[in-house]
Design a protein around this ligand. Structure first.
Ligand code: ADP
Length: 385
């Protein structure tokens, strides 16, 4: 009976000898948790010793598999074979270029097995590649897991997008449809107001309250409609600064002159690509707030500044108004959150949540710094593209 050693393939024996003498080879094998080892004779390239584990991972009986390159090449996916040969060539030509590939094999049961295949070329004294030692890791399970997770994530994202769209549609339709009965209420209460002299004091007060509430409700509905339309109005266009601020100042002439306010732009001249109507309203909301939330005896001064960052422009809008307590910084960006009663400062509480949505639509962030009694600076970034 032949001894165990003589049964060994010559390449296996050679590798075992190499392992005894060269510790880097041993470390190389150790460092991967392996599902197969191979040792390739580059001088007789048809010969390659494959460890039994490689074949069992692929469902084959190692005893039946020849130590020939053709044996594994026949069950490797064609594209991957081509890619791994190119990578092998690169590794031979340039030792610093690692041979590290994920390749697919056909399992005996026809399923796909993903193998991470790493290798190092062994050279003779003249530097000529004569052998190649490689290690396999079966990563099929992690790939399947990753795929499953990705598939679920995509599914959840699609569901979320659909729900968001549904919600936006709902907001749009309800606010749109609510306008009609509300306009009727406003029209009839105007008629009632005109004939107020025929009403007793309670009747007169009631009509005034109805008119006031109806107008407030109209403001809410219009703001909600605008909110649900963010990013839907038109496509992105080029927006120029300070041109946008100059246009805004013309549109805000009423409030600026009533409050004796000054609005100045101290930033750079710039152009960004965005949803113009939404960005216009973003600046309008913050500027109007800056003018609105000031003490009566203060002349509002609004300073708009801008500077360039890598992928964004950073804007700041500073006012000399009443300021905001640090505890409220987060709250004011939530829908319908107001810090002051209506009889003190009018508003819907939608303006800043609108601003936040516009900023996020342009891959930016919005935040503020403030000192009560001194003023507030709102900062936001907008992506250049
Ligand atoms: P609105 O102004 O319609 O109430 P916003 O969403 O624009 O709604 O603002 C939310 C709240 O944040 C306001 O009610 C106000 O209390 C506070 N606020 C916003 N801007 C300023 C500012 N520049 N200075 C002080 N308070 C402000």
């Amino acid at each position: 009976m032949p001894s165990k050693d003589t049964q060994k393939h010559y390449l296996e024996k050679e590798l075992l000898d190499l392992l005894k003498t060269d510790s880097s080879i041993f470390e190389f094998i150790q460092n991967g948790s392996l599902d197969g080892v191979w040792y390739w004779d580059l001088e007789q390239p048809e010969n390659e010793w494959m460890s039994p584990k490689f074949w069992t991972e692929l469902g084959y009986d190692p005893k039946e598999m020849p130590h020939k390159v053709a044996a594994w090449q026949n069950i490797m996916y064609e594209d991957d074979l081509k890619a791994s040969m190119e990578s092998f060539q690169r590794h031979c030509d340039e030792p610093n270029c690692p041979y590290d590939q994920v390749v697919r094999f056909k399992h005996k049961d026809s399923s796909t097995v993903y193998i991470r295949c790493r290798g190092i070329v062994i050279r003779n004294k003249e530097g000529k590649p004569i052998r190649m030692l490689g290690a396999h890791n079966n990563i099929t399970k992690s790939i399947s897991l990753e795929r499953e997770l990705n598939a679920r994530l995509t599914e959840y994202n699609q569901q979320l997008k659909a729900k968001n769209k549904e919600l936006e549609q709902f907001t749009y339709i309800t606010s749109h449809d609510l306008q009609e009965p509300l306009n009727t209420i406003i029209a009839f209460s105007r008629l009632l107001q005109e004939s107020q002299k025929n009403l007793d004091p309670i009747g007169q007060k009631s009509v005034e309250a109805i008119v006031d509430s109806a107008h407030r409700m109209k403001d809410f509905i219009i703001s909600l409609l605008e909110y649900s339309r963010i990013g839907r109005n038109t496509g992105k266009t080029a927006i120029h600064f300070p041109k946008l601020i100059e246009d805004l100042k013309i549109d805000l002439h009423g409030i600026i002159s009533t409050k004796n306010a000054t609005v100045e732009y101290t930033g750079i001249s710039l152009e960004l690509s965005g949803f113009k109507a939404d960005i216009y309203k973003l600046f309008q909301n913050v500027i109007v707030n800056g003018i609105k939330y000031t003490d009566k005896d203060i002349l509002p001064l609004i300073t708009i500044h801008s500077e360039e960052q890598d992928n964004h422009y950073l804007f700041s809008i500073k006012d000399n108004g009443i300021g905001i307590d640090a505890e409220q910084y987060e709250k004011i960006f939530e829908m319908f959150q107001r810090l002051h009663p209506r009889d003190q400062y009018s508003g819907t509480g939608i303006g800043l949540s609108y601003c936040k949505k516009v900023v996020e639509l342009h891959q930016g962030k919005i935040w503020l710094e403030s000192e009560v009694g001194k003023g507030t600076t709102f900062y936001f970034t907008l992506a250049k593209q």
